[in-house]
Ligand binder design. Structure first.
Ligand SMILES: [Cu+2]
Length: 161
């Protein structure tokens, strides 16, 4: 009897510990956001600002709000496979599921006005949800495809952008 109840107690504890180690439980509409800094090792001028990502079922709404970009320009805004903005070797390529058949990030771009401000939103499907995107690197490219800014996706401070 004692052995059985001890086993049960241990099993229950193990389940509680496992639950505590899982990523934060997420529901539809949760948002992640990244504050941008310079891309690691880059000497190019970097935009400032932030990018927020909201999740609706299988779609991502990516809202960018950038300053100090090249005026009247455009470039890529992507979530990358890496989870660092301090080691260029580990930022990796675009983060999307091969099940989709094509890299949907190729069409994800920001556009700036004459003052170098870029604000807009795009919708994309990548095959990955809120929890899978948490802590990933958000990368801003310039019009030539060079990586100029980076920020890690964390839990958005507010439920909105
Ligand atoms: Cu990219």
């Amino acid at each position: 009897m004692t052995t059985i109840s001890l086993t049960r107690t241990l099993t229950a504890s193990a389940i509680l510990i496992s639950a505590a180690l899982l990523p934060v439980h997420a529901t539809a509409g949760d948002a992640l956001s990244a504050d941008l800094g310079k891309y690691p090792g880059s000497t190019l001028a970097a935009p400032t600002g932030h990018v927020s990502v909201k999740f609706h079922q299988n779609k991502l709404s990516v809202a960018y709000d950038l300053e100090k970009t090249t005026p009247s320009s455009s470039g890529g805004v992507h979530i990358h496979t890496g989870s660092t903005c301090s080691d260029a070797e580990k930022v990796g390529g675009h983060y999307w599921s091969p099940d989709l058949g094509e890299d949907t990030w190729k069409k994800a771009t920001w556009n700036s006005d004459e003052q170098g401000k870029a604000k807009g939103e795009l919708t994309i499907q990548t095959g990955y949800d809120y929890a899978q995107n948490l802590s990933h690197a958000l990368v801003i490219h310039d019009s030539e495809g060079r990586r100029i800014a980076c920020g890690l996706l964390g839990v958005a401070p507010n439920s909105g952008y």
